[in-house]
Design a protein around this ligand. Sequence first.
Ligand code: BJ8
Length: 425
Amino acid sequence: MSEASYHEMWERLNLDLSAHDALLEVLGKFYGDIFMSQQGRLQGMEYLDFVLSEVHGLRIKELRDAQAEGRKVVGTFCVFVPEELTLAADAVHVGLCSGADAGTELAEKMVPRNTCALIKSFIGFKMAKLCPYTESCDLIVGETTCDGKKKAYEAFAEVAPMYVMEVPQQKRAADRALFKAEVLRYKDEMERLTGRTITAESLARSIRIVNDRRRVLQRLNALRAADPAPISGRDALLVNQVAFYDDPVRFTQSINALCDQMEQRIAAGEGVAPAHAPRLLLAGCPMAVPNWKLPYVVESSGAVIVGEESCIGTRNTRDLVDESGQSLDEMIEAIVDRYMRIDCACFTPNAERMDNVAALAKAQNADGVIQYSLLFCQPYEHEAIKVGKRLDAEQIPSLAIATDYSMEDVEQLKTRVEAFVEMLK
Ligand code: BJ8
C-alpha cells in the first residue's frame, strides 16, 4: 500500500495526522538506534523489523479488511483476558501497547499525576488521537487488576467502547468460581459482539492456536539459556511484544524459523555477546512497545538479557491450556485453571511469583536479576522488596529499578546498571 493510502486510512480512523507523522518519525529513529545498530543479529529478525515498520500500516489494513468481512476487533491491556474465546468467536484479538509517553498532559486531566506511565500512555494515545489500534477496536476489554487500571477504565469508558472483566485478587476456591463466572460472561460478550456461537470445535481450534504461540515462545526462551546467548534481550523482547498484535499463526511460523536459526548458532558455539558476558534476567512490570529504554541501557553496559519475567515475557507463556478437554465445559474449566495460575503482583498473597523468579533465573543461567517497576506501580514496587529478599536467600544478586517512559533518567540508570554489571564480573 502507498503512503497516500495509509494516510487516507489513518484519516478515516480520525487520527491527528501531523502528530501521528511526527510520532512515526521519532519511533523509526528510536528503532534504528536501538535495534538496527546491533551486531550479529539473526536473519530471522528481518520479519520482526518488517512487522514493526508496518505496525501502523499493513497490520492496521489487515484489521480494517477483517472488519470489512464482518469480523470484530477486540483490544486488551492485560494477559488475563482469555484470547482463546475472542478467537473462537472469529474476532481479532490485539494487545494495546501503551509503552510511550504521548498525550501525557491530556491523560493527566483524566487520571491523577501519580499514575503509572502505562496507564497514562493508553489514555494519552487515545486523547491525542495517535493510536490506530485503539481507533480500530470494536470493543476494548479492561480488567480489575490494579487500582490504577480499574479506576482509569471508568474514565476511559467515556471515550472508548469498554467492557471490564472482574479479576479476583486471591486464589481460593471462591475466587476461582468468580473468575469462571467472568470467563463465561466474556464468552457471552464475544458471542453478542460477533453474532457467532462459540462451539467446542471453534474453541478447541483457538486453544491450539494460542498454545502454539506460547510453545514457540517457550522454545525461544529455553534456547536463551545457552552461553553465549544466541539472541539479544532487545530482540527477544521485541519478539514477545510483537506476539501481542501479529496474526498468531503467521507469528508462530516465523518465530519457529527464528528458533531454528538460534539452534544452528548454538551448535556452532556462536552468539550475540561473548561467552561468559554477564547474563541478566529482567523481572517485574510489562515492557510494552516502544518501551526499550532499560534493555538498551543494560545491553550497552556489556551484559546480555537472557529472560523477561513479565507479562511481555514468561508470565504470559509459561502455562498452556490443557488441550484434552472434549466438551465446551471441559475447555472452559481448562482455560480457568490456566489463567488462575498467572502470578501477577495484583494477587495477595503471591508467593508463587517468588519461586518462579528464582527458578527462571536458574533455568536461564542468569548471573543476576534486574527488578523493573514502573514508578507509581504499587503491586510491583511492593513485591520488589520480597523478591529481593528471596533472591538474596538464593544468593542471586539483584538490583531494583523504578522508572517511567521519559529519557530524563537514562544517565542515572546507566550508572546504576554499569555498577551492577561490574560487580557481577
Ligand atoms: S496480569 S502485570 S498485564 S495487570 S504497571 S497498570 S500493575 S500500576 S500491567 Fe499487568 Fe495484567 Fe498484571 Fe500482567 Fe497497574 Fe503496575 Fe501500572 Fe501495571
